[in-house]
Design a protein around this ligand. Structure first.
Ligand code: PPS
Length: 564
C-alpha cells in the first residue's frame, strides 16, 4: 500500500502559520493542556472560547453552568506554576507552546488566582480521595495557580499518528453531510472493543435507524488503560465487522477526567458539537473504581440520570445502553432483560481478559474477534516476556541496597533479561548530582528514577530501584509511569528506624541527631509508609538470601519468571 504522503491540511502546521507577535510570557503545555487546547480551538468545547476565568469556574463547580447560564459541567483550566503566575498581568499575552516549543496558541490573560483544589475535587468528583484518578491528578499534579482567558489559535497541534482518523467537529459534520447521514449515534470508549460492544452498538444504531460513529478517546484516559495505538488498530479491525457504509471511526483527543455523571454529560455535549444526534450511555459511564474497595465512586446509572435531567438543553439524545450478555444456549448476545431462567450465560471480566493475555491463555471467539485478540497479544506479551521494575523503598540503612544487589545477582544467574540497578547512591552520583534532600528535590530524583525504569521496563528489561522514596504520591506517579509497560513490584523494606539507626553503617544517623545533616529521613524529615506494597520485608532478623528468595517467589507467582 502506498503511504499517504500528504497529511490532512487541517493538521498541518505550515498551512496555518501566520506571523504573531512574541508573547509576553511563554508556557510549555502539559499533555492534558494540549488535549484541552485542541478541543477548545476546534469547536469541540463550544461555547467555551478559552480556559475558564474565575467567575465561570466557580459557576461550573457550583451549578454545572457558565456564568451566562450555558450548561457546562467540567472545568477546563490552565494551571501554572507560581513562577509564571507572578510574571503575568491581566491583558498580557501568554504563549502556549507544545513540547518542542512550537507556539500553538496565545491566551489573552484574564484572571489569575489560587484555586481551592480540594473544593474543586469535591464539587467535580464528589470526593477528595486520591485513589480516584481524576482527584489524584488534580490534587497531586496541578500547579497552584489558574490563569483564565480567551485563546487564539496560531496553529493546530500536529498529530503524526492516525491522521486519517482525526476530524475536527466541522470535518465530521461535513463527512456526515457528504454521506447523507442524518441520524448519527456516537459510541464513546476508552477500551478495546470486543464482541459485546460491537453487538450493542450495532443494535442501538439499528433500533433508532441511525448511522454509527465509533468515537474513542485517544487523549488521556486512565493510567492503566490499553494504549491508544493498540486500541485504534483494534477499532480498525472491528470496523470491518459492521455492514459497509453504516459506520465510521473517528478519534477524539480528549483528556478524560473520569468524572462519572458530570463527565458523561460533558461527553454528550462534545458529541453534539461534532454533529451527532444520539449518544450511547451505558453502565458506569466514565466512572472509575476505587482500587482500595473495588467499589465504583458513582452509582451505575447516575450518569444516565444526570443526562436525563438535562435532556431538553443538550442538543443530543441519549440512548441508554442495556447491558448485554452472551448466552451459550442461544449462541448470541442478548440484553439482560431478555435472559430466561434456563439460559446459560457466559462472561469474561476485564480482569480475566488481562490475566489470560498476561499468561498467554485462550480468549474465545464468542468474546472477541480473533484479529482483535491478536492485536492485543502483540502489545501484551505474556508476563514471562515482559519487562518489570522492582522498586525498593525504605529508610536509609534499611537494607534496600543489599537486597537490590543480591537480587540483581540472582536474576543474572537465572538469565534471560538485561538488568539495570538504580541504587539511591548510584543515581545521586550519576543522574541527580545537583539535587539535595528537600521534598522538591527528592521528588525530582524519584521521578528521574521512574523515567529511566519505565524506559527499561518498556524495552523488556529489569530495573531494580533502591531509593528512599519517602513520598506516597511520587511513588504512585512512578507506578503509573511503569505499569502500562510491564510489571511494577513495590517492596517496602520495613526495617524499623531504631534498627536502621543502631546499624548506622554510614554514620549518617549520628550526624542527623547532632543536627549536622539536616532533613534526614526518619529523624528530621518524613517517611510516608507505603499503603499497598506488593511486598514488605523487615531485614532486622532476616538474612538477605532468604529475603531475595521471597522476592523471587513473588516474581514467579506473578508470572514474570515463568519459563515457557
Ligand atoms: S530520596 O529521598 O529517595 O531522594 O533519597 P535517595 O536518593 O535514596 O538518597 C538517600 C541516600 O543519601 C544519603 N543521604 C540522605 N538520606 C536521607 N536524608 C538525608 N538528608 C540524606 N543525606 C544524605 C543516604 O546515604 C541515603 O542512602 P541509603 O542507601 O538510603 O542509606
Amino acid at each position: 500500500m502506498k503511504p499517504n504522503p500528504v497529511p490532512n491540511p487541517h493538521h498541518h502546521p505550515t498551512g496555518h502559520q501566520r506571523p504573531v507577535e512574541a508573547p509576553d510570557v511563554d508556557l510549555d503545555l502539559s499533555p492534558s493542556h494540549l488535549c484541552d487546547l485542541e478541543l477548545l480551538t476546534n469547536g469541540a468545547f463550544t461555547p467555551l472560547t478559552g480556559f475558564l476565568n474565575r467567575a465561570d469556574y466557580e459557576s461550573v463547580l457550583a451549578d454545572m453552568r457558565l456564568e451566562n447560564g450555558a450548561l457546562w459541567p467540567m472545568p477546563v483550566m490552565l494551571d501554572i506554576p507560581e513562577t509564571t503566575a507572578t510574571r503575568l498581568d491581566a491583558g498580557q499575552t501568554l504563549g502556549l507552546r507544545d513540547r518542542e516549543g512550537v507556539l500553538l496558541a496565545t491566551l489573552t490573560v484574564g484572571d489569575i488566582w489560587q484555586p481551592d483544589l480540594r473544593a474543586e475535587a469535591d464539587a467535580v468528583f464528589g470526593t477528595t480521595d486520591s485513589n480516584h484518578p481524576g482527584v489524584a491528578r488534580l490534587l497531586e499534579r496541578t500547579h497552584s495557580y489558574y490563569v483564565g482567558g480567551r485563546v487564539h489559535l496560531v496553529q493546530p497541534p500536529l498529530h503524526y499518528d492516525f491522521p486519517h482518523l482525526r476530524h475536527t467537529p466541522a470535518e465530521l459534520k461535513a463527512l456526515f453531510e457528504k454521506r447523507g447521514w442524518e441520524r448519527v449515534i456516537a459510541f464513546q470508549t476508552r477500551n478495546p472493543m470486543h464482541r459485546v460492544h460491537q453487538e450493542l452498538t450495532f443494535r442501538a444504531a439499528r433500533e433508532i435507524e441511525a448511522n454509527l460513529l465509533i468515537h474513542p478517546v485517544v487523549g488521556l484516559t486512565q493510567p492503566n488503560d490499553v494504549n491508544h495505538y493498540t486500541r485504534v488498530r483494534c477499532y480498525e479491525h472491528i470496523l470491518k465487522r459492521y455492514p459497509e457504509q453504516t459506520t465510521a471511526l473517528s478519534l477524539l483527543n480528549l483528556a478524560m477526567r473520569m468524572g462519572g455523571p458530570r463527565e458523561a454529560l460533558w461527553h454528550a455535549l462534545i458529541r453534539a458539537n461534532h454533529g451527532c444526534t444520539h449518544f450511547i450511555v451505558g453502565r458506569d459511564h466514565a466512572g472509575p473504581r476505587n482500587p482500595a474497595t473495588g467499589e465504583g465512586y458513582y452509582g451505575p446509572y447516575d450518569a444516565q440520570e444526570l443526562i436525563t435531567e438535562h435532556r431538553d438543553e443538550i442538543g443530543i439524545e441519549m440512548v441508554p445502553f442495556r447491558e448485554m450478555k452472551y448466552l451459550e444456549t442461544r449462541a448470541q448476545y442478548v440484553p439482560v432483560d431478555e435472559i430466561g431462567p434456563d439460559d446459560q450465560v457466559r462472561e469474561i471480566s476485564g480482569t480475566e481478559v488481562r490475566r489470560r493475555l498476561s499468561e498467554g491463555l485462550d480468549i474465545p471467539e464468542w468474546f472477541s474477534y480473533p484479529e482483535v485478540v491478536a492485536e492485543l497479544r502483540r502489545t501484551h506479551p505474556p508476563r514471562a516476556q515482559q519487562g518489570f521494575t522492582v522498586f525498593f523503598t525504605g529508610l536509609s540503612g534499611s537494607g534496600k541496597s543489599t537486597l537490590a544487589n543480591a537480587l540483581q545477582v540472582k536474576l543474572m544467574e537465572l538469565g534471560g533479561r538485561q538488568i539495570t540497578l538504580l541504587d539511591g547512591d548510584i543515581v545521586r552520583k550519576n543522574l541527580s548530582s545537583e539535587l539535595g534532600f528537600s521534598k522538591e528535590h527528592r521528588n525530582l530524583n524519584i521521578l528521574r528514577i521512574g523515567f529511566v525504569a519505565s524506559e527499561i521496563t518498556k524495552n523488556g528489561g529489569i530495573a531494580l530501584c533502591a531509593p528512599i522514596a519517602p513520598y506516597t504520591a511520587t511513588r504512585r506517579e512512578v507506578r503509573e509511569m511503569i505499569e502500562p509497560h510491564g510489571g511494577f513490584i513495590e517492596v517496602h523494606v520495613a526495617t524499623p528506624l531504631e534498627v536502621c539507626e543502631q546499624r548506622d553503617r554510614k554514620g549518617l544517623y549520628k550526624k542527623a541527631r547532632q543536627g549536622i545533616i539536616k532533613e534526614f529521613t526518619g529523624i528530621s524529615d518524613p517517611y510516608e509508609e507505603p499503603e499497598n506494597p506488593e511486598m514488605q520485608i523487615d531485614t532486622t532478623e532476616m538474612h538477605p538470601e532468604k529475603a531475595v528468595q521471597q522476592i523471587l517467589l513473588k516474581l514467579e507467582h506473578l508470572g514474570y519468571l515463568a519459563v515457557d
